[in-house]
Design a protein around this ligand. Structure first.
Ligand code: UT7
Length: 327
């Protein structure tokens, strides 16, 4: 079976920037608190006209360009998102139309913040089995659309953006996705969710009045679980591959909170300098966080040919997972 590799990446952040100072005018918070407790300074926010598919389409076009793959050659589009344009059709189908990938099958995958890592693993299976040779994976999130700007405990964390990757059969047997490790614990789903709008609690005047279409989060509980889960995910995938942490060139973690990233680095005994961090400028973009960070790391030259890179994530579901790629 052919190994799967990333042939190109792209990302897109909406133009509008919302700073901590801007948030001070909206909720009772301060730049000092947000910076000290989360490491976030600013985040990008969609305009009134934009939705998840617009961001995703832009990231996808840039990934295809880099991979030198024409949209018509794409055989499968996987979109990871918790903020789809609408319930259905899938945002993957909307993006398929926007980019003209007329020959591609398309579906959405919801693993919340873990979406990009889950999606890479799904894409990998299609490539390895030879079913497809060109898979476009897009993580796109308009988290500001589910942010409650009266709840200072959550709205200061969230940002919007999209990242994409083109997955193809590896030309070099030594390179590509080496292994993934995925996990979920549905019994803790209520720690992070949007209660209304689905089939359990459809939209009504009451759900709107009670802000039930916004993200609800048990922050302090999740803080501890996030660290434990990401440490576990890193250790599991390294042990599957018999790789030691010292061999890693870069770790790209989910960007929920700088304090979480620091604790994970300590937990696996990898220097913080080996962790890619953009939470300061992007906030938490759910599944798009790792995807955007990967594209930035590649474009900034933080990843060289032959480097071992580990992606690790954690989010609603609960879901968590990791993936090791040799570039
Ligand atoms: O995407 C993956 C899933 N998400 C996560 O992994 C997020 C995990 N959780 C966190 O990152 C942190 O728990 C938060 C950043 C959400 C909160 O930080 P914390 O240090 O756990 O704060 P806290 O919720 O325990 O609140 C401490 C204090 C409270 O005040 P009192 O009760 O001590 O007077 C809060 O009301 O900070 C207050 N507070 C704020 N103050 C100013 C909470 N949010 C804010 C705010 N500005 N934005």
């Amino acid at each position: 079976m052919k190994r799967a590799a990333i042939a190109g990446t792209g990302s897109y952040l909406p133009k509008k920037v919302l700073t901590n100072k801007d948030l001070e005018k909206i909720v009772e918070t301060s730049d000092e608190w947000i910076t000290a407790r989360t490491g976030i300074k600013e985040r990008h926010i969609v305009s009134k006209e934009e939705s998840a598919s617009d961001l995703g389409a832009k990231a996808a076009i840039s990934a295809l360009r880099q991979a030198k793959v024409h949209a018509s050659e794409v055989e499968l589009i996987i979109v990871t998102t918790v903020t789809p344009d609408m319930f259905f059709p899938a945002t993957a189908c909307i993006i398929q139309d926007k980019i003209g990938a007329i020959n591609a099958a398309a579906f959405d995958l919801n693993a919340a913040c873990s979406g990009f890592v889950y999606g890479l693993s799904v894409a990998e299976q299609f490539i390895k089995t030879g079913v497809y040779r060109r898979v476009l994976l897009i993580a796109t999130e308009a988290m500001s659309r589910v942010a409650d700007y009266t709840d200072r405990g959550t709205c200061v964390l969230l940002g919007d953006g999209a990242g994409a990757a083109v997955i193809v059969p590896a030309e070099d047997d030594e390179k590509g996705i080496l292994s993934s490790w995925l996990a979920a614990a549905g019994k803790y789903g209520n720690l992070l969710h949007v209660p209304a709008g689905g089939s359990r609690m459809p939209a009504s005047h009451r759900t709107v009045d009670e802000h039930l279409h916004y993200m609800k989060m048990e922050g302090p509980v999740l803080f501890k679980v996030a660290i434990k889960s990401m440490v576990e995910a890193i250790k599991k995938v390294l042990s599957l591959l018999s790789i030691s942490p010292e061999e890693l060139a870069l770790v790209i973690p989910h960007q929920a909170n700088l304090r979480i990233i620091k604790a994970v680095a300590k937990g696996v005994n990898v220097p913080l300098e080996k962790f890619y961090i953009n939470v300061d400028l992007c906030g938490n973009m759910s599944s798009a966080s790792v995807a955007v960070a990967l594209d930035e790391a590649l474009k900034k030259g933080r990843i060289k040919s032959g480097d071992l890179v580990l992606l690790v994530t954690f989010g609603a579901g609960l879901t968590w997972g990791s993936c090791v790629i040799r570039f």
